[in-house]
Design a binder for this molecule. Structure first.
Ligand code: NAD
Ligand code: UFG
Length: 349
């Protein structure tokens, strides 16, 4: 079976990473159905994906917790795989409302996997996170590094990974690629879709771009006394379009493995990052260089729960998925600014 006949269910496909991935899935010839409850996204994102790809997208507004609706969708379509983005992701909110996170992320994923099992759909690509590495002992971080987490959001990711490992051990028909994203930033180069956080952004890049566009007064840099190149935190920022393409590589890998009738992949965890670290201050300076926009900032105390440095070893993705990131920190800044300056109020909720 060629790629063209494969249908993919994209949960959370209206969100930031999901919407960019929809574009790449369509460009690669996959048929998609998007399932999202719009709890943290705007349907306008899908309309824009339709404009960019010149293709109509089948969208179902639904919740992971709605097993009846999920069952209906799986009865209507023969899916090759599910790419599972749907989940809540705000670390602070997860500390304040842990049950909301366990119910939505963990119970929601259990529901989805049960419905998949019932319909004999066993290929799964999961949105995991570098958060499962906690405070890393060694850099760059390899996939075999010990796992631990510091907050309920991170624990939902870790619990789901353990659950997927158990599932794969129980039945070789399950094939799971768990993609551990480092720090996704940037936007599609059309400037039509991008990250549209609710309220004041928690993450660095949307904060920088909102300062640049004049919506926020100044960036607070959390800590300048870390043991890093300039004292500010270091992260592995990855362009969301590179990240989106990583999902196509993961699905292609599942397709190839199914076609070649090789041994089951089982549970396979892979880092998606660039492999190099950039400090907060370096990112601020790169933003100004790439866009000409001044970003006012001040130093403030460290943010609780932050680690000093976090960047990926990316050999596994290169060797097994034949994937690597191509876009650099300037592309990330330029494309973020293109999206932000064209859409100062995001999708205008
Ligand atoms: P996002 O919030 O933009 O997208 C998630 C989407 O899932 C949203 O459209 C939301 O409406 C939907 N959703 C949430 N709960 C749902 C439910 N119960 N039923 C149906 N739809 C539901 O987030 P994103 O940045 O695109 O992240 C996608 C995935 O990647 C998430 O699982 C997130 O935890 C993970 N991740 C994100 C980052 C990051 O920095 N953005 C880093 C690592 C991992
Ligand atoms: N930072 C600031 N000021 C801000 C926001 C962030 O100085 O206003 C700093 C942070 O202290 C950190 C760096 O910028 O040093 C990156 O912070 P982000 O909040 O953008 O990203 P994190 O690395 O903290 O967390 C992100 C996601 C998590 C995910 C984690 C690992 O938000 O969901 O990456 O993948 F778990």
């Amino acid at each position: 079976m060629g790629t063209a006949s494969k249908k993919i269910l994209v949960t959370g496909g209206v969100g930031y990473i999901g919407s960019h991935t929809c574009i790449e899935l369509i460009a690669s010839g996959y048929d998609i159905v998007v399932y999202d409850n719009l709890s943290n996204s705007n349907i306008e994102a899908i309309k824009r994906v339709e404009q960019i790809t010149d293709k109509e997208i089948e969208f179902v507004q639904g919740d992971l917790l709605d097993e009846t609706l999920l069952t209906q969708i799986f009865s209507q379509h023969q899916f090759f795989a599910v790419v599972h983005f749907a989940g809540l992701k705000a670390v602070g909110e997860s500390v304040a409302q842990p049950l909301k996170y366990y119910k939505n992320n963990v119970a929601g994923t259990v529901n989805l996997l049960e419905v998949m099992q019932h319909h004999q759909v066993f290929n799964f690509v999961f949105s995991s996170s570098a958060t499962v590495y906690g405070d890393p002992e060694q850099l760059p971080i390899t996939e075999t590094a010990p796992r631990s987490t510091t907050n309920p959001y991170g624990r939902t990711k870790l619990i789901i990974e353990y659950m997927l490992e158990d599932l794969c051990a129980s039945d070789p028909r399950w094939q799971v690629v768990s993609l551990r994203y480092f720090n996704p930033v940037g936007a599609h180069d059309s400037g039509k879709i991008g990250e549209d956080p609710n309220g004041i952004p928690n993450n660095l890049m949307p904060y920088i771009s909102q300062v640049a566009v004049g919506k926020l007064e100044k960036l607070r840099i959390f800590g300048n006394d870390y043991p890093t190149v300039d004292g500010t935190g270091v992260r592995d920022f990855i362009h969301v379009v590179d990240l989106a393409k990583g999902h196509i590589s993961a699905i292609d890998y599942l397709v190839k493995n199914s076609t070649d009738k090789k041994e089951s992949i089982g549970f396979f965890a892979v880092n998606l990052g660039t492999g190099s670290g950039t400090s907060v201050l370096q990112l601020v300076n790169a933003f100004t260089e790439a866009t000409g926009q001044i970003v006012n900032y001040e130093f403030s105390p460290r943010r609780a729960g932050d680690v000093a440095s976090c960047y990926a070893q990316v050999d596994l993705a290169e060797q097994n998925l034949n994937w690597q990131a191509h876009l650099d920190i300037y592309d990330m800044c330029k494309d973020t600014w293109h999206w932000q300056s064209q859409n100062p109020n995001g999708y205008e909720k």
